[in-house]
Design a protein around this ligand. Structure first.
Ligand code: HEC
Length: 618
């Protein structure tokens, strides 16, 4: 090439670079414009209640922000944007370069197990963990013979392996452990069967949506093992636990915004679980005809998937109510999602579910309530509402929402955790339900929910009070507190854990939250929203500061504390880090402790699943 040619080529390249820079500037302008038009009302500074901040959105991969707008949580909010704008807003918001993280990379790097001896029903003779609350009464208590762990052995634990969910910023799963397998749900839309001691993979099944509820494994009539789980797109799956092959799947609730966060409970061949929805988020969109979803409980035959019954917690079908000032029609009654696992009471022949807030005002009288349904038919036997007039959608907090959509707004203090059923030491029974309001309610299940006692443990609020669950032994409750939103000004006061005597609510001890060591990081606070897990002598509680702590049940003293923040090497080669801990509690089996870390919505993002086991002999 002559000098002249080189000069021309360089000039052309420089021109290209200039063009590229101009194009990038233009994309940025489109992204910023789209953000200001469709997103800033809720994700501005400060963001509205529950919405991730700009700093938190910046930590999400742009692909995830795009997916949220195309088919995820933000589809309605982004409805006014064209595809180019949706992509531009994703690139504009994220600090991560487009194309650097994709879910597919996880597959390429799955470390497959060399041997795969099929599991049989005999595996249930060994220590195992199946389900969210573990038993029908939902105690979240793992007995000594299954736990294989005591306070004295906690210091003998070390991190054995970690697994990364590619591209995810939030992860919470309550795995099932049976034999040498651990089955985990993934925020990337998958269920994995892994070896519980090494993390190598037996199989992966791709689901339509995120799997965050507990997975159930149980023997089937033909001697094989079935695996059952629901996803956040509203699908429910039955798989062969050995091969990962699909046996049947169905979407029991047809509402487009339906999702399953409730863990199934298998009783006598029937799977019982609740249905929740995203419609509460859609409510803030000026064009959305809010709202038509009603919470419900489904009973399915585990063998075939045949529906035994499907019972709505709001009897009445939604009908047109008022119109927004823009003329958009509104509907009601709606809401009362069932987020948590049903509690089974074979003695009374009923199941109990706790419900979320209503969407449309006036609120249904079965929202923010405890509802008893006939086990055989699903018919509502009685209900006890704890907060009346709690109608809430994102319209209530979106500054530019239609004034009519904002009428009759309530405080958004659902029940997110399951009720626990207990025998009273002096005879009789008691049903305990913890609410986001910060109040623990004790009612009499044999007297249609008559109140026995109520105790306020914290100020509570939209992300506050008692969030994902508490645990119980034969006499006491262990209740972690989450005031993650309410205490943003004083992040060190957002958590804490209480031990209460369930017969009368008397406090035995309360351990305030430890001062968080990361208040310089957005989303770090001392809130303890994750479900508690109890083994004899020890209660585990994860926190938004990224720490998993174990407390001595006798004294409330912290006896084990691991910080999961920061990066972890993973068995599947996916770059992974720990962050806030929210959602499921720890799974304790045979001396091993398993849990996930990372909550990017309004905490510190992360995408890691962690397995702690006995330290190798020196
Ligand atoms: C009416 C209020 C509102 C508007 C408008 C809104 N968002 Fe959101 N957004 C929320 C809330 C609330 C959440 C948290 C959802 C939850 O509670 O799970 C959220 C969550 C998200 C998430 C996380 C989703 C996930 O699956 O983790 C992303 C990404 C997001 N928003 C992006 C956007 C973008 C981009 C826009 C504009 C096109 C937008 N949002 C407009 C309220 C809003």
């Amino acid at each position: 090439m002559t000098t002249q040619h080189i000069g021309r080529a360089l000039a052309a390249l420089a021109g290209l670079a200039l063009c590229a820079a101009a194009a990038a500037n233009e994309d940025r302008a489109i992204g910023q414009g789209a953000f200001e038009k469709a997103c800033m009302a809720c994700h501005g500074d400060p963001p509205v209640a529950r919405a991730p901040s700009r700093a938190q959105l910046a930590k999400m991969p742009p692909e995830k922000i795009l997916q949220a707008q195309l088919s995820g949580l933000m589809a309605l909010q982004a409805a006014a944007l064209n595809e180019l704008e949706k992509r531009a807003v994703a690139i504009y918001l994220s600090d991560i370069e487009w194309g650097t993280v994709t879910a597919e990379r996880a597959d390429e790097q799955l470390a497959m197990c060399e041997n795969s001896t099929p599991l049989t029903a005999a595996a249930f003779d060994q220590p195992h963990w199946v389900g969210w609350g573990l038993d029908a009464a939902h105690s979240h208590f793992q007995p000594a013979s299954q736990a294989g762990l005591t306070a004295a052995y906690l210091d003998g634990l070390e991190l054995k392996w970690a697994f990364g969910h590619a591209g995810a910023t939030t992860t919470t799963t309550q795995p099932a452990v049976v034999g040498d397998r651990i089955f985990i749900g993934s925020p990337t839309g998958a269920i994995y069967a892994l070896d519980r001691k090494t993390g190598c993979a037996h199989w992966k099944y791709a689901t339509a949506g995120e799997v965050r509820a507990a997975i159930i494994v149980a023997p089937r009539a033909d001697g094989s093992l079935g695996l059952y789980a629901g996803d956040r797109k509203g699908w429910f799956y039955a798989l062969d636990a050995n091969s990962g092959e699909l046996l049947w799947r169905l979407r029991p609730e047809a509402h487009p915004w339906a999702m399953i966060t409730s863990s199934p409970y298998l009783h006598d061949g029937t799977l019982y679980f609740g249905i929740a929805s995203f419609e509460e988020l859609a409510g803030g969109s000026p064009s959305y005809e809010c709202c038509t979803f009603r919470g419900s409980v489904v009973a399915l035959d585990a063998e075939s998937g045949a529906r035994k019954w499907h019972s709505y917690v709001i009897d009445e079908e939604p009908r047109p109510t008022k119109k927004m000032t823009s003329g958009v029609q509104l509907y009601g009654p709606s809401g009362a999602a069932v987020w948590s696992q049903p509690t089974i009471d074979t003695r009374a022949g009923v199941l109990y579910v706790t419900t979320g807030d209503s969407y449309s005002a006036p609120a249904a009288d079965t929202s923010d309530a405890i509802v008893a349904m006939d086990l055989a038919t699903g018919a509502i036997k009685w209900h006890k509402q704890m907060t009346a007039d709690d109608a809430f959608t994102t319209a209530c907090v979106a500054p530019n929402a239609d004034p009519v959509a904002k009428e009759g707004c309530g405080p958004d203090i659902d029940f997110g955790s399951s009720a626990i059923l207990r025998e009273l030491p002096g005879g009789g029974r008691i049903l305990l339900a913890g609410q986001k309001s910060g109040v623990m309610h004790a009612i009499d299940p044999d007297a249609e929910g008559a109140i026995v006692w109520q105790k306020r443990l914290s100020p509570g609020g939209v992300l506050g009070g008692i969030e994902w669950g508490f645990a119980a032994d034969d006499e006491h409750l262990y209740v972690p507190i989450s005031d993650v939103w309410e205490n943003r000004a004083t992040p060190g006061h957002a958590g804490g854990i209480y031990k209460l005597r369930f017969a009368d609510g008397a406090e035995v001890w309360n351990t305030p939250a430890a001062a968080p060591d990361c208040t310089d990081i957005a989303g770090c606070n001392a809130g303890q929203p994750a479900a508690a897990t109890l083994i004899p002598g020890v209660v585990f509680s994860g926190a938004m500061d990224g720490h998993m702590r174990a407390y001595d049940t006798a004294t409330g003293k912290v006896i084990w504390d691991v910080d999961t923040k920061g990066s972890h090497d993973t068995v599947n080669g996916v770059p992974a880090s720990g962050g806030s801990i929210k959602g499921a509690g720890v799974t304790v089996v045979d001396g091993w402790v398993y849990f996930s870390s990372g909550y990017g919505l309004f905490g510190m993002p992360g995408n890691v699943f962690l397995a702690y086991g006995p330290k190798a002999a020196p």
